[in-house]
Design a protein. Structure first.
Length: 276
């Protein structure tokens, strides 16, 4: 095959990036990328080998012959997982591309052997309640708090897992759809049916519709009527308003400029000033 220099690029493939199409054998070395997106092993278009396929986003090599997409698999807990209160979730990361996926245990045990994959197992709490509960001064940590803590620990090995996982109450709030029976009381066959009806690990939560805008009630802006001075000044009389009532005559107060006798009536200086 001959191509002009402006129709191809010469690059170098690291381990875990490409494999030979058809055989699935991993390839490391120089390769040619054409202007049509084709990839070939070799150092020039005139000296190309077999066609290559991308591993990072499209393919996983199992046994040198079969390739499958590098995508997350559908994972659901089992009735036995709910009985013991937790499940194990299996995550893989392609450290060449940084992509994280979740797979079943059977495929995890095969893929973890690959040099360019890093994996870890996450213990996932299924026991209710989902949120923390304070009871008689004690804190009972819910599934969300415990799953966050477990995820953070695994994130030291699989960097980015704590941002990949967004629902820490996943699979926790499962409910029976059989009237009069709790999920725990259902037979195994019915439990499996209910489990399959809930959202899987691949499904995002439904979008919540925004609430309708409620127009606020109109505010009464009518000014309040002023209180007459005569009414306010008369409040300190016999009714006990204002200063609370005085036992002294006007002449006695005027003849006591230092307010010595005011203390006998349990009046403060402010009360006396208000009175005057």
């Amino acid at each position: 095959m001959w191509l002009p220099v402006f129709k191809y690029l010469l690059k170098f493939a690291k381990l875990g990036m490409f494999a030979f199409k058809g055989t699935g054998q991993e390839y490391q070395g120089p390769y040619v990328e054409t202007n049509t997106g084709k990839l070939y092993a070799g150092e020039s278009p005139t000296d190309t080998g077999l066609e290559l396929i991308s591993v990072d986003n499209n393919d996983i090599i199992f046994n040198g012959k079969k390739t499958i997409p590098f995508e997350s698999e559908t994972v659901l807990p089992t009735p036995e997982d709910y009985n013991r209160g937790f499940m194990f979730r299996y995550f893989l990361k392609n450290f060449t591309t940084g992509k994280i996926i979740e797979v079943k245990k059977v495929n995890y045990t095969k893929l973890i052997k690959k040099k360019y994959y890093k994996g870890d197992v996450l213990k996932w709490i299924l026991t209710k309640p989902a949120k923390d509960i304070f009871n008689q001064g004690y804190l009972y940590k819910g599934a969300i708090t415990r799953n966050k803590a477990n995820t953070k620990e695994v994130s030291f090995n699989i960097t980015g897992l704590d941002t990949y996982i967004t629902e820490y109450d996943k699979f926790v709030n499962i409910e029976s759809d059989v009237k009069g029976f709790k999920f725990e009381d259902l037979p195994k066959k019915e439990k499996i049916r209910v489990i399959k009806n809930q959202r899987t690990n691949l499904q995002k939560p439904p979008k919540v519709k925004p609430r309708a805008f409620l127009r606020p009630e109109p505010v009464d802006t009518t000014p309040a009527l002023p209180i007459s001075q005569s009414n306010s000044s008369s409040g300190g009389g016999s009714t006990g308003g204002g200063g609370g009532g005085l036992n002294q005559s006007f002449d006695e107060v005027m003849n006591d400029p230092d307010n010595q006798s005011m203390g006998n009536n349990n009046l403060t200086s402010n009360s006396a000033n208000n009175y005057y």
